[in-house]
Design a binder for this molecule. Structure first.
Ligand code: TRP
Length: 331
């Protein structure tokens, strides 16, 4: 039996190269070896975007195209949409008995997000509850494994804890306790040098960017601000052109050569960036091509996600049934 793995994305925009290196690439591999589920968390996305539902809706199609473009195979991976699986909300309500308000307020991810979103003084309950709702995402398919980045680790820990408490309380292994899987953390900084790439920071290179957009962004990449002339010795540390070379240029000796010439003031930014553009374009071209194909087939991909949602409803129905049985509310 293959192990079951679940990951998810909030539909709030297109996916970028940081998403590719951080998770998409891993999903393409996992679909061959695992029973993989990918959740489009549109209800969760509403918790901090309820004033912009159109964006959440449109982003679902963008995500589907991005998935297809990088090689997620909808016949191997079950892609599903959160709002199509109301059992998640039901499981969430039952789980809520097993966690305190104090525990959620100490969740490091929630703390950081409340600060970032300036919601510390006035916290919407919907947003505050999302870690418990996310636990229901994971438990509704009986996931064994949840590959996550460090920022989502407390969510998976919380899920394990909830499952364990529920099972112990009712003396039966009803819920599957999931394990977090941490990949090699690849931090992909934004083109502006910000340590995170993100759409709100306006510093991302998207999987669907055209050649021209890519070129423009590569030439705007933050390098060494102290280097004024091409023959000044330059720094490669914190120099995003070199960070991207390290990530995308498979010719390591070329990268080392460029670095040493850059340090010695023997190669200019333009040459480094021109080569970076070529390398990144080589990487993005096939993805861009497949993305164009996906855009022609959006409706078909949505159908697939709705079929996936139906399959998840059936699994989640069983989980709900067993939970109700354990809680003596099943008639
Ligand atoms: N919170 C995740 C994020 O912002 C998205 C998500 C929702 C998720 N449900 C999930 C991730 C379940 C893993 C498992 O990226």
């Amino acid at each position: 039996m293959k192990k079951r793995v679940l990951t998810g994305d909030r539909p709030t925009g297109r996916l970028h190269i940081g998403h590719f290196l951080g998770s998409l690439r891993n999903r393409v591999e996992m679909q061959e070896t695992h029973d993989q589920f990918v959740l489009i968390a549109n209800v969760q996305a509403l918790t901090d975007n309820f004033d912009d539902p159109g964006r959440v809706k449109d982003s679902i199609l963008e995500l589907l195209c991005d998935y297809y473009a990088v090689g997620i195979d909808f016949d191997k991976t079950t892609v599903f949409i959160q709002s199509e699986v109301p059992q998640i909300h039901e499981i969430f309500v039952y789980l809520a008995n097993f966690v305190t308000i104090q525990q959620v307020s100490h969740n490091p991810t929630i703390k950081t997000e409340l600060k970032q979103k300036r919601m510390e003084k006035s916290t919407p309950l919907g947003f505050f509850m999302y870690p418990v709702h996310q636990a229901a995402d994971i438990l509704c398919v009986r996931a064994d494994l949840v590959p996550v980045g460090k920022d989502q680790a407390p969510m998976v820990e919380g899920t394990r804890d909830l499952a364990k408490k529920f099972n112990e309380m009712y003396g039966k292994a009803v819920l599957t306790e999931p394990e977090a899987v941490y990949g090699v953390e690849k931090n992909v900084p934004g083109v502006d040098g910000n340590e995170k790439m993100g759409k709100s920071l306006n510093n991302a290179i998207y999987l669907g960017d055209s050649r021209d957009e890519l070129r423009k962004k590569v030439f705007l990449v933050y390098t060494d601000p102290n280097r004024i002339h091409a023959d000044d010795p330059g720094s490669v540390e914190g120099n995003i052109a070199f960070t991207y070379h390290d990530l995308f240029n498979s010719d390591k000796s070329e990268v080392e050569d460029l670095k040493s010439r850059y340090r010695a003031g023997k190669v200019g930014d333009v040459v480094v960036k021109e080569r970076l553009f070529e390398v990144m374009d080589e990487f993005l071209s096939p993805i861009r091509e497949k993305r164009r194909e996906a855009e022609e087939r959006k409706q078909e991909l949505l159908e697939k996600a709705l079929e996936g949602s139906k399959k998840v409803r059936e699994i989640a129905d069983e989980v709900v049934g067993e939970m109700k049985e354990a809680m003596k509310i099943k008639f």
